[in-house]
Each structure stands twice: as C-alpha cells, then as structure tokens.
Unconditional design. Structure first.
Length: 267
C-alpha cells in the first residue's frame, strides 16, 4: 500500500517504507549500482519479477538473515527494502521502520521445553520493545494453558501466578516459581489476586470482554505493565478502537501473530 499522507504507524504493518522511490533500471547490474548509490544494506521483498529481484539482491552486500537467539537485541543497522514492479522498475526505500528483513523477527526455536509456539509472541515483543520482566518481579498469566508464556516468564526468573480452567502442561507446571490456580482468569482482578508488576493474557476470548478486563486492571492501579493478545473474529475489528483509547505504548500485529494484535500498556 502506498500513501501520500503523513507518516503513521499502522497496527497491521510489519514494516513501513518511509521514503519510497521509483527507480528505473536497464539491467540487473544497473539495479545493483543504483541501490548501492542509495544505501549499503538491502533486502528484497518478493512481489513481481522475483527471480530478477533475487539476482539484484545477490549483487548487493550480504545481509544476514540468521535467526536470533533470545534474548539478544535486534539488528542495529539501517536496512533498506526494495521490490520490482516490472523488469525495468524498482520500488525502494532506504529508510524502513523495521531492522528485520521485511519486518519479520525470526528466532532459534526450542524444540523441547515450551508446550506450544505461543512463547515466540513474547520473545518478539520483548525484543522489539527492549523491555521485559526482571528476576523477582511478580507476573499474572491469565488464561495460561498450556503454559508457553509462563515458561518464558519462568526462564526470566519471575514469580508467576498462572490461572486457567485447564491445567498447565506438566513440564511447565512443575517448574519452580510457578503457582497454578484453576478458574476463569478473566473473572479475576486485583481484588481477588492482588498486585502484580506485570499482567499477561494470551487467552482466547471476545475482544470486548478482554477490553473490560484490561480497563479494570488499569483503573485499579494494581499493576505497572499489561501485555495481552487481542484475538479477532473474521474481519470484525471494531473493538480495536477501544484498546487505542487506553493510550498503549505498543499496539501492533507481530510477525508471529495470526488474526490478532498485541497490546502493551505501561503506567
């Protein structure tokens, strides 16, 4: 999508091209030359003429696409993006919002340990934001089953209260620092469970119910951080505006999200 308006940070975009430019080329080598004139590091966004675009990318300085090992910071260098509209036309931007290739954060995954791939949502968020719970802090994991987020938080050395109608995976539930309580997590607020440094939820529920629960925690003043996944039904996104009204520090569709958006509020 191209826009001539002022720059914004779209909720659903992984990467914003801030200074897009049309570049006419006469050959692959000419494409390489003209991109080098505009910057050093480039990544191809495959759209049209993918083979020709790949050959241009191969002529440019190598950009590592190696998976990150959590926790480590995101790439620090500026990364440009380009694509081919046709054989003789490149659309490129030397200034992009994401330092990850096409905005997609890729990590070395754990094949043993976490009970699901949901842990990658926390890894990506913590990496993008550069902030995560510290050892000894108290975390409330609402709707925790099977325990992917509790697994991440336990590895960070936090103390976790995990609540769900279904039990945690036994390998997670047995970890030190995790207390499990059976019940409806979104029926519980600070009046029932007390104060926490961080409140988390990756639970499957209607967005409007999650919004009311988040508002309850914010109004209580009983936590300094709230991080939740808003899960949508089809293309009904009307409740997103309610979350925007809470002035979140982060509201974005992560590269590992499905039809959902990650919301982060900080006191």
């Amino acid at each position: 999508m191209l826009s001539g308006g002022a720059a914004i940070s779209p909720v659903w975009s992984h990467n914003v091209w801030n200074n897009p430019e049309i570049i006419k080329i006469s050959s692959i080598n000419d494409g390489v030359k003209k991109l080098k004139e505009r910057g050093r590091n480039w990544i191809l966004f495959p759209y049209k003429e993918v083979r020709r675009g790949t050959l241009i990318e191969e002529g440019l300085p190598h950009v590592s696409k190696k998976a990150l090992k959590f926790p480590m910071p995101p790439p620090s260098g500026k990364l440009g993006s380009f694509t081919l509209i046709d054989k003789e036309t490149i659309l490129a931007s030397s200034d992009c919002s994401s330092a990850f290739p096409n905005g997609e954060a890729v990590f070395e995954e754990f094949k043993v340990g976490p009970p699901s791939r949901a842990y990658l949502k926390l890894w990506e968020f913590f990496t993008l934001l550069g902030e995560m719970p510290k050892a000894g802090e108290r975390c409330f994991d609402a709707g925790a089953c099977p325990g992917g987020w509790s697994w991440v938080l336990q590895k960070l050395g936090t103390e976790i209260l995990a609540v769900d109608r279904s039990p945690l995976d036994p390998s997670v539930g047995a970890l030190p620092g995790i207390q499990f309580k059976k019940g409806d997590a979104l029926a519980l607020g600070p009046e029932e469970v007390g104060e926490f440094d961080w409140v988390f939820s990756d639970v499957i529920c209607f967005p409007e119910r999650l919004l009311g629960w988040v508002e309850r925690w914010i109004k209580s003043g009983a936590t300094r951080h709230i991080l939740v996944t808003i899960k949508f039904r089809g293309e009904d996104y009307k409740d997103l505006q309610g979350f925007k009204s809470l002035n979140p520090q982060f509201l974005r569709h992560l590269s590992v999200n499905k039809n959902e958006v990650t919301f982060f509020w900080k006191k």
